[in-house]
Design a protein around this ligand. Structure first.
Ligand code: ZN
Length: 119
């Protein structure tokens, strides 16, 4: 599919794109064809596998191949991975204090600032 186009761009003929070095034909047409084939292959894999998988995982609330959402841990069951804005734990069903989460974030920033001052 690609090879005739590349050959046409190179002026046609059996040699296509390319030049001779000491009698050896350096076939640029084949190289360009291989590169285009690879790019198209990667695009097909990306749009046929990665995008549907990411869409599927996003519907389940999981972020793949990107920045993970900020989470915190439950003070009642100590489970991790609870969204910061959540008001109930998904594992034990306890009510979570959203203000406590904000305070935790503040402590985290203080700790990071202290670490920065020490260094
Ligand atoms: Zn919990």
């Amino acid at each position: 599919m690609i090879t005739p186009l590349v050959n046409a761009a190179g002026g046609g003929g059996t040699s296509g794109l390319g030049f001779h070095v000491r009698g050896q034909l350096v076939d640029l047409g084949a190289f360009v064809s291989a590169v285009l084939y690879f790019v198209i292959f990667v695009a097909v894999v990306y749009f046929a596998i990665v995008v549907p998988y990411r869409h599927y995982q996003a519907r389940r609330g999981v972020t793949v191949f990107g920045e993970p959402a900020a989470t915190r841990s439950c003070p009642h069951c100590l489970s991790d991975g609870i969204p910061v804005a959540a008001s109930k734990c998904r594992y034990c069903g306890s009510s979570l204090d959203t203000a406590a989460a904000a305070a935790t974030d503040g402590h985290e920033e203080d700790r990071l600032a202290a670490t920065a001052r020490m260094s």
